[in-house]
Design a protein. Structure first.
Length: 206
């Protein structure tokens, strides 16, 4: 039993609603624009979350139903979150930034982009991030599955000049995507055929 569940059992949901605002289910609090998920492995799929613009996940697993938060602009990942199905963030067409608490042992973020802790895997580039150009950090070894999928503003993507694994559908459905290039420490660029990579589910860039 989580800390929240223990409190809820003791004093009841109604009193929690009065203290924290609208409570849509155990462990999920909403105050209109901001929603905080506490100690939940899942949240209901059949509720309307259209007004949520800031989503905060805390304390353990946070499984986000696909498309449940169509209008979120910012996602905050707390220090205790260890597993989120980030494919569930697909079709979050207004998501601009993903931020991770520095104390989190499993994930990290840089400039609003989500990585694993060591920044070896780029997990998710927000669909509505406003940047037209993005340089993948030179620590990255893998572009995760669906990492850049639906990135609607990204025109130019620069990759580290080294072997890079591209997982399934990492570059799919980037409507404005027109240039893929390498960069090195001297910022010299080398063109590469992005279409080839997008079509190859498990490409290796060499």
């Amino acid at each position: 039993m989580s800390f929240f569940e223990a409190i809820a059992k003791r004093i009841g949901i109604k009193k929690l609603e009065k203290k924290y605002g609208k409570c849509v289910c155990d462990g999920v609090f909403s105050s209109g624009i901001t929603m905080t998920i506490i100690g939940r492995s899942s949240i209901p799929c059949d509720l309307n979350y259209d007004n949520v613009k800031i989503l905060v996940t805390k304390d353990g697993v946070g499984f986000l139903p696909l498309g449940a938060f169509p209008n979120i602009k910012t996602l905050y990942i707390g220090p205790d979150v260890y597993d989120i199905n980030f494919k569930s963030l697909l079709k979050c067409t207004k998501l601009q930034n993903i931020f991770v608490d520095p104390q989190n042992k499993y994930f990290s973020s840089e400039k609003g982009v989500l990585f694993d802790k060591d920044k070896k895997v780029l997990i998710r580039y927000p669909e509505a991030k406003s940047d037209y150009v993005y340089y993948v950090p030179d620590t990255v070894e893998v572009l995760g599955s669906c990492a850049f999928m639906f990135a609607k503003n990204l025109n130019d993507l620069y990759l580290p000049k080294k072997n890079l694994k591209v997982e399934k559908r990492a570059l799919d459905n980037c409507d404005s995507f027109c240039k893929l290039e390498y960069y090195n420490v001297n910022n010299e660029a080398k063109s590469h055929n992005s279409q080839l990579i997008a079509e190859n589910n498990n490409a290796i860039i060499k």
